[in-house]
Design a protein around this ligand. Structure first.
Ligand SMILES: [Zn+2]
Length: 97
């Protein structure tokens, strides 16, 4: 257990054994949000970045990054040169939370 600053809302919280980076309030909120984000990405062929996805969907960039932390979205590995604004894609695999 450790005191962690939530990636999404920046509040401090005590993380559990999985060393979560997102507090339980945000996990609940983002889990509800995720289906619409996934559907959006599925219905669009173009690549969205953290910045463009958050802008298009009316989210904070921190919320998009938190979805990645939760294992719901993934960064596309093939474009490593973009450090600040990474392309994202929905994760098909296991979820961390
Ligand atoms: Zn939070």
């Amino acid at each position: 257990m450790a005191l962690i600053v939530c990636k999404s809302c920046k509040k401090a919280f005590i993380s559990g054994p999985k060393e979560e980076e997102v507090c339980s309030d945000c996990v609940a909120r983002l889990n509800e949000l995720y289906p619409s984000v996934r559907n959006f990405l599925r219905n669009h062929d173009e690549v969205f970045t953290v910045k463009s996805l958050s802008k298009t969907m009316g989210l904070a960039p921190e919320e998009v990054e938190s979805l990645v932390s939760m294992g719901l979205l993934e960064y596309r590995e093939n474009r490593k040169e973009e450090s600040g604004d990474k392309p994202v894609f929905y994760a098909r695999s296991r979820h961390k939370y």
